[in-house]
Design a protein around this ligand. Structure first.
Ligand code: 13P
Ligand code: SF4
Length: 346
């Protein structure tokens, strides 16, 4: 006869139940507390590090121990001595940190922070796609789930995709997944043919090519800078194409004063901080909307970061065999990036 426990749930069990139900800890922090000071205190007490992507809200970027693009963040995650990593970004980024640190606790403020691009590449469909090209190697963008990474030969980010693909043995036949636009850009830059998975980012594909063209006519002195996840018709017009970090560095170092920025809005905070004398115009979307704000990235809040640190939940967990298989292509990317001199400083 099976027995059903009727004892009330412990506090820890309640936290797990809520995380399962909501994807985050839905407890209101005490009224009037200084969240920033409390987050800093918890980080110190628990030897935790807060890593944040440039697409986070300004207030999160300002308290992070490291802010960066996907490559910089994975390099930081690989070298941290912290016991706990709190990842203010999206799920695939926190998963990458966990794969590189299987014995550390990796927390994500909200498990719902996914990625349209990663979601566009489901593992079963990708396995069937890959099976059609048995003699091909798989180059996967870091914006993929751990299961896709486990099926890949090497991972790339928007910072290193071009030099890494260029450096791969010339006789390798390649599949590139999941971002079609980044894949096309890499093909154009390297001259290599690749079989492309048909995925896109919901944020970088909403810019209106016509409105951007009209803006350029209105501001002929402005340079158009764009992330390679944007559509080819927009990239064709761009004066500079690069990862989030590359776009930031370009604005800081360019003698030009005005820029039309075609990427997610979060990076404007760092551009304004590091280059306050520059004028930044956000590339317009097709419709009047804030669609160039990533809704996944913006699920993270100071409250959720505070709760994540306090209750040490939600935690990112993965099956050991998937972590093992996904680590190899990520570590190959980190090694090739070092060899190519692509190491980002914090
Ligand atoms: P990077 O961080 O490589 O610039 O990529 C941008 C992005 O869309 C992250 O999800
Ligand atoms: Fe994914 Fe695009 Fe959001 Fe980046 S900006 S996390 S690629 S949906």
């Amino acid at each position: 006869m099976s027995t059903v426990s009727t004892s009330p749930l412990t506090f820890a069990e309640n936290i797990s139940k809520w995380v399962e139900e909501y994807g985050y800890v839905p407890i209101e922090p005490p009224l009037g507390i200084d969240l920033v000071a409390e987050i800093q205190r918890l980080k110190r007490e628990k030897n935790a590090v807060l890593l944040a992507h440039y697409y986070q809200e300004a207030e999160i970027q300002d308290i992070a121990d490291f802010i960066g693009d996907s490559l910089g963040l994975s390099q930081k995650a690989a070298e941290t001595n912290a016991d706990i990593i709190v990842f203010a970004g999206v799920h695939f980024m926190a998963e990458t940190a966990k794969i590189l640190n299987p014995t550390k606790k990796v927390l994500i403020p909200d498990l719902n922070a996914g990625c349209s691009l990663s979601d566009s590449c489901p593992p079963e469909a990708f396995a069937a796609f890959k099976a059609q090209y048995p003699d091909h190697k798989v180059v996967s963008y870091i914006n993929t789930s751990a299961r896709i990474k486990a099926m890949s030969d090497i991972i790339v980010t928007s910072s290193n995709a071009v030099p890494i693909v260029q450096a791969l043995p010339a006789d390798w036949k390649l599949i590139f997944a999941p971002d079609k636009n980044l894949g096309l850009y890499v093909m154009r830059k390297t001259g290599r043919d690749m079989v492309l998975w048909n995925g896109v980012c919901m944020v970088h594909t909403i810019f209106s090519h016509q409105k951007v063209r009209a803006l350029r006519q209105a501001y002929p002195d402005a340079e158009l800078i764009a992330h390679p996840e944007c559509e080819p018709a927009l990239l064709e017009q761009a004066d500079f194409i690069g990862s989030t970090t590359a776009l930031l560095n370009y604005v800081v170092n360019s003698p030009k004063k005005r820029f039309i920025v075609a990427t997610e809005t979060g990076i404007l905070h760092q551009m304004r901080k590091k280059a306050p004398d520059k004028e930044l115009i956000q590339a317009p979307a097709e419709y009047s909307c804030s669609c160039n704000t990533c809704p996944h990235m913006k699920l993270n809040t100071l409250e959720k970061i505070y709760n994540a640190l306090l209750y040490e939940a939600p935690e990112v967990t993965l099956p050991p065999d998937i972590m093992e298989a996904a680590r190899r292509p990520i570590e190959l990317m980190l090694q090739m990036s070092r060899d190519l001199g692509l190491v980002q400083k914090g």
